[in-house]
Ligand binder design. Structure first.
Ligand code: CO
Length: 144
């Protein structure tokens, strides 16, 4: 497993919903790859996996690992904020992006259970960035 670097068509494809349970082993590999590259989020298409799934861990602590399967953003608010972003698929590039401050997301975890999560800080930012990956959108598309 390795990280796909921009420009690559695989990063521009729209991903498909997950129907069966995902291999926990493969997810673990994704987390390891993310940690090795000092990332806080990684979307399935970034490792050549064309499915609606991304992972986040803002801390590197094992119990803070978040897996989002078939995520749906249910709500954002009107308040926009600018924050610097980077992406493991676009090494060395850090640019400010304007996005909604708040997000409410619904997704499934590794066991297929639905959960809701809301945030208005770094986690919100990360969720929105990773969610874009599932639609073939990169943060550099959103910079001026
Ligand atoms: Co990214």
């Amino acid at each position: 497993m390795e990280i796909i670097i921009h420009p690559n068509k695989l990063l521009r494809k729209k991903c498909k919903d997950v129907k069966n349970l995902i291999s926990a082993k493969k997810i673990k590999k994704m987390f390891q790859l993310m940690y090795n590259n000092n990332g806080i989020g990684l979307a399935a298409p970034q490792v050549g996996w064309n499915i609606n799934m991304f992972i986040i861990n803002l801390t590197k602590e094992p119990d803070k690992e978040l897996v989002f399967i078939n995520p749906q953003i249910l709500k954002t608010n009107e308040e926009m904020v600018e924050m610097d972003e980077g992406c493991l698929s676009i090494p060395g590039v850090i640019k400010p992006v304007i996005r909604p401050k708040y997000v409410l997301i619904k997704a499934q975890n590794l066991n297929g259970q639905h959960f809701y999560l809301e945030d208005d800080n770094l986690l919100s930012r990360c969720i929105q960035h990773e969610y874009d990956h599932l639609n073939g959108i990169l943060f550099i598309d959103k910079t001026s």
